[in-house]
Design a protein around this ligand. Sequence first.
Ligand code: DOR
Ligand code: ZN
Length: 367
Amino acid sequence: MSPSPASIETSPPSLSLRRPDDWHVHLRDGAMLRAVAPTTARSFARAIVMPNLVPPVTTTAAAQAYRQRILEALPDHAGFQPLMTAYLCDGTDPEDLAAGFRQGVFTACKLYPAHATTNSAAGVSDLARLEPVFATMESIGMPLLVHGEVTDACVDIFDREAVFLERHLDPLVRRHPGLKVVLEHITTEQSVAFVEGAGASVAATITPHHLHINRNAMFRGGLRPDFYCLPVAKRERHRLALRRAAVSGRPCFFLGTDSAPHARAAKESACGCAGIFNAPWAIESYAQVFEEEQALERLQGFASEHGPRFYGLPQNEEQIRLVREPQRIPELVRLDDGAGGTVALVPFHAGDILNWRLEASGGEDRP
Ligand code: DOR
Ligand code: ZN
C-alpha cells in the first residue's frame, strides 16, 4: 500500500521511540539461528522466542540450553534478552512448567494445536487434557500464547481462526478468567472483536505482513510462496480491521512480528513451508502502517509499551530513532551463518520501498 500524499506532508523527518520488543519471533537453531538472530536484536531489546524447533523446546533444561545458543549467536548484541517459551504437548508436566517459570527460564507457554503449522506435530491434540496445566498457569500468572486455528480438515482454511475462537478459545477463557492469554498473529475481524470484548487478561499480537497484505498477495500474477504464512492472510476487510486495531491505542494489541525464516528451497517447493521473514525491516514496516493511518504518535504504545505492560515487565529505557528516508528493500538478503557460510532469504517487502529507516546504533550494519 502506498502512503497518501497527506501523510507524506505531515510526517516528521524523524521519530524517536523507546526501543521496541518483539513479542513473537522464530529464531530457529544452528546456522539459521546465527544468521537471523542479529536481524532481530538490531531493532528489538527483547523477543518472545517460539519453541517449535525439531525437537520442540518442552522442558526447562531444553529452554536454558536454547537460550544459551541464542546468546552465543549474538556476540555484538550484549543487551538483547531472549524470553523463552515452553511448547505444550499432551503430556506436559505442569510442575516442570511452574518450576521453569519461577526460576525465570520460561516467560510463557505456547499452545500449538497438533498439525496446525510448522513443527506442530507434537502439539496439543485435545485441549481438555491440558486442564491441569491451564489451572497451574492461571494460578502462577504464566501467560498462554495461542496459535488460534482449528485443524479440522472440514473447516475451510480461511475460517480456521474464527472457528477456533468459538470452539476453543471462548470456552477456555470462560473456564479460566484469570489466565493471561495472547492470541498470536491475529488475522481476522472476529479476533479483533474477541480480544476487544474479553477482559484485561486477553491480548493479541499483530504482524507487519497481516497489516500490509491480504490473501491476493499469494496469487498476484502467479503463485507467490513468499507471502504464504499461517494463519494465512485473509480478505481485505480483515486487513483493514487489523490496521484499525493496531493503531487504536488499545493496550490489548501489541507488536509481534512472527518473523519465520525458511531456506529458499523450502519456500519455493511443491509443498512449501509457511512463514514470512520480516525481521530486518519489521519496525520500518510497522512505522509505514502507522504513518499511512496517520497515527505515528501511537506507534510507541503498540511497539514498546503495551507488550511489557501485559507481561508485567519493565519498559525499555533506551531509545531508537527512525528517520524518514525512503529505502528499497533488497530482493534477497545474504546473512552470515557464523560458520563461514551464508544463508540467503527473501525478506518481506522484497523490492519495495519503505519510507522509514532505523538509524544504526553502535555501528551495526544491515544484512
Ligand atoms: O507462518 C508461520 N510460520 N506460521 C506459524 O505458525 C509457524 C511459522 C514457522 O515456524 O515457520
Ligand atoms: Zn509464529
